[in-house]
Design a protein. Structure first.
Length: 113
């Protein structure tokens, strides 16, 4: 790290410049925002590809927006990634229920003849 006043190198962890005595600035850590990337990939593979891809796109935006300092944009992308992950999961469950009903009806109607 370097002193912001005189430019002298100071050891890591040292809060005062050894050359000029200036107190080093400390910066707050950016907030942690969950990106929902793993759940969005899982629902894409297991449930619903179109909605899952949308969830992956929003999940991938979270870390890059945090890195750029756009905290509200990262939180918005995380919210949309979570929403699309649940939409994809719901579509997958709906498709599984529909398939089970049609499979059962086919078995019942097949046994009638």
């Amino acid at each position: 790290m370097y002193c912001t006043r005189c430019g002298t190198s100071r050891p890591d962890g040292m809060s005062i410049c050894p050359n000029c005595g200036t107190v080093a600035q400390t910066f707050a850590q950016p907030p942690k925002v969950q990106n929902y990337l793993v759940p969005s990939i899982l629902v894409t593979v297991c449930c619903c590809v179109p909605a899952g891809i949308v969830a992956i796109v929003f999940a991938a935006q979270v870390n890059s927006k945090l890195g750029a300092g756009d905290i509200s944009g990262a939180q918005d992308s995380a919210r949309l990634a979570r929403m699309w992950t649940w939409i994809a999961f719901g579509c997958g469950v709906l498709a599984a229920i529909t398939y089970a009903i049609l499979f059962t009806m086919g078995g019942v109607l097949g046994n009638m003849h």
